[in-house]
Design a protein around this ligand. Structure first.
Ligand code: GN1
Ligand code: MG
Length: 361
């Protein structure tokens, strides 16, 4: 607590710190809730930024400040109410920046959004609202004046992720390749198809737009009525294919099991969630989406469980150097669960294609 208090003392927060305790379950950064004593003072969220993963913290915070500033301006122009609950507010530090380096770690503080909730799963109604919200998020960012940097280069580049996996296999640092051959074969069978996005991009047919790139359902704040207030965890906001936001939401929200479910029978792709989300998303995003983006939404739904299978498996093979794990086999269990989800998505592909076709009329 003392160390935390020292860090917090470098930021211009209002109120007196009451308590600082862990918050949420992100796999990369460490997040804490700061409660304050005064009834009328905000509470805050303190984060230690994982700078082994986000190596350019200055660029990272510049991106986030540009995005939140732009969204705030849009909401103000639209005459929205309750704006402080609809966009994150970062607290400045005594160095004039929105982060502070203590010699070892990078820290930032944002205002805690009151009376908001997060979920690990959603019902179709909330999923529809989430679709509308992500479409709006992307729509609002279509005219952001700043050029955002890639906070993690090649973050959702499928060719790059496969290359990393192949390098991990070649090095076999933890001696685990032998036990995962089945998954490696299944991944390679699909590799060409799954790199379609990169190919279309090279051919000049598919654009990149500013996306969130970490649209797990638990990165959204909902109000008391299940309406989306805002999207959090903005570290990965960067130019990408819109498939990122569409696919990663479904990877988390349409999974009937957990991301790391040890019981694969629990893991299936829920078409009701898909339909509700796709409907909401197309309503708010159709104005700027190209036909090639819409047609490939079922591809996006498969791409993310596939990419996450590849990423979890590469980390397992590397000896668990990237994701936080809770037990030694955790990344393997995650790999299996994501692969099971992919198989279920594949089984639903014709149905998804038919649904998307209907939406377009
Ligand atoms: C990480 O930090 P968190 O838990 O929101 C990861 C995502 C993965 C996700 C898998 C920077 O997100 O890309 O999809 O775990 N973020 C980074 O749960 O790698
Ligand atoms: Mg998160």
């Amino acid at each position: 607590m003392n160390n935390f208090l020292n860090i917090v003392s470098h930021f211009h927060i209002k109120g007196t710190v009451n308590e600082i305790k862990p918050l949420g379950n992100g796999l990369i950064n460490d997040t804490y809730l700061i409660t304050t004593q005064e009834a009328d003072a905000s509470n805050y969220v303190l984060q230690r930024i994982n700078h082994h993963i986000f190596q350019d913290v200055e660029m990272l915070q510049n991106n986030i400040e540009a995005v939140t500033r732009h969204i705030r301006r849009k909401l103000t122009e639209q005459g929205a109410d309750d704006i402080d609950r609809k966009v994150l507010t970062f607290v400045s530090a005594d160095n004039g920046k929105t982060y502070f380096f203590d010699g070892e770690s990078y820290w930032r503080i944002m205002v805690f959004i009151p009376r908001a909730q997060t979920f690990e799963t959603v019902n179709p109604e909330y999923s529809y609202h989430a679709g509308v919200a992500f479409g709006n998020f992307q729509a609002m960012l279509t005219d952001i004046p700043e050029t955002l940097g890639d906070t993690i280069p090649n973050f959702h580049n499928m060719e790059f992720r496969l290359q990393q996996l192949r390098e991990a296999v070649a090095a076999d640092a933890a001696g685990r390749v032998g036990e995962v051959q089945y998954y490696l074969d299944e991944i390679e069978k699909r590799a060409e198809e799954m790199c379609k996005g990169e190919r279309l991009y090279r051919e000049g047919k598919l654009p990149k737009r500013v996306c969130h790139c970490d649209t797990k359902v638990n990165n959204m704040m909902f109000d008391e009525e299940g309406r989306v207030l805002c999207v959090i965890d903005l570290d990965t906001v960067m130019p990408n294919f819109i498939f990122s936001d569409f696919g990663d939401f479904l990877r988390s929200a349409a999974n009937t099991g957990a991301e790391d479910d040890p019981n694969l029978d629990n893991v299936n792709f829920n078409m009701e969630i898909f339909k509700a989300f796709a409907k909401g998303y197309l309503e708010s995003a159709h104005s700027f989406l190209l036909p090639i983006e819409v047609e490939n939404l079922p591809y996006a739904a498969a791409l993310f469980p596939y990419m996450q299978t590849v990423r979890f498996l590469a980390d397992y093979i590397n000896g668990d150097t990237y994701y936080k794990i809770q037990y030694p086999e955790h990344n393997l269990v995650r790999t299996k669960a994501q692969f099971k989800l992919l198989q279920s998505v594949e089984a639903h592909t014709p149905e998804m294609q038919a649904f998307i076709g209907e939406q377009l009329g």
